[in-house]
Design a protein around this ligand. Structure first.
Ligand code: SAM
Length: 240
């Protein structure tokens, strides 16, 4: 039937992602620091450095959540630039918006699905998605949308968990499947959400698979940087 397995599974993923991020939003920033031993700050700082974003640029932060990247870009683009903070989840986005305002910035904010971006073609100099792509149901559709809104010459940066260097894998699996849910339970009283996060990391494409996916939607000169032994990878691709 048209309510085939895939459709139901997709609907369920969408619902699960919404539940997870509504549930973790309040404790998201503290858990991020705790779970990554503060490393997510370095991974994001590297992304900003590689982005080449400067004064007057137009930047789109997809799945921007609590606005770490948007805030860093806002400092770079200055008054003539534009940084859009977007996310599908209201709870995450309202924390992001509050943080932006508390730090003295006024950025445009939009609640939207990365698979249907409400922006014109060829508009942004840089589009970023940090730790968001693995939660998206149709990654190819989302990547094609991000490419569509880039101007020719613009670049897409994807920061995401990836396949860890083989000798580190046993320790990493122990950490993500045992310690992470335990920490999620103790600190955020939410072991389930952190179990989902560990599973979604394991299901996410490897470095080369993601590179191929980006090339398939028409991005050019795609390359990537492994960070912390491949725990995370930063992929970069251009619209030419
Ligand atoms: N970018 C932020 C960061 O690095 O701290 C937040 C990352 S958080 C792990 C993942 C975010 O992806 C959540 O805020 C979630 O709501 C968002 N997200 C999931 N699916 C999405 C979609 N289809 N479109 C837009 N955002 C989505």
């Amino acid at each position: 039937t048209h309510f085939g397995f895939e459709t139901v599974a997709e609907g369920e993923k969408h619902k699960k992602v919404a539940e997870v991020f509504s549930s973790v939003a309040r404790r998201y920033d503290v858990m991020n620091d705790l779970m990554s031993f503060g490393l997510h700050r370095l991974w994001k700082a590297f992304t900003i450095q590689i982005s080449g974003v400067g004064r007057g640029d137009r930047v789109l932060d997809v799945a921007g959540g609590t606005a770490d990247l948007s805030l860093a870009f806002a400092k770079r683009v200055g008054r003539d630039g534009q940084v859009w903070l977007t996310d599908i989840n209201h709870a995450m986005l309202s924390r992001g918006r509050d943080r932006v305002l508390d730090r003295g910035f006024a950025l445009p904010v939009a609640q939207c699905d990365a698979e249907k971006l409400p922006f014109p073609d060829n508009w942004f100099d840089c589009v970023t998605v940090a730790f968001g792509l693995r939660n998206m149901t149709h990654k190819d559709v989302a990547l094609a949308e991000m490419r569509r809104v880039l101007r020719p010459g613009g670049r897409l940066l994807v920061l995401e968990f990836s396949k860890v260097w083989a000798p580190l894998a046993p320790a990493y699996d122990l950490y993500s499947f045992k310690i992470l849910p335990w920490m999620g339970d103790k600190v955020a009283h939410d072991a389930d959400s952190y179990r989902y996060l560990a599973e979604s990391i394991r299901m996410h494409p490897s470095q080369n698979e993601l590179k191929e996916l980006m090339e398939r939607v028409g991005l050019k000169r795609v390359d990537y940087f492994n960070l912390t032994g491949g725990v995370v990878a930063l992929h970069r691709g251009y619209k030419l």
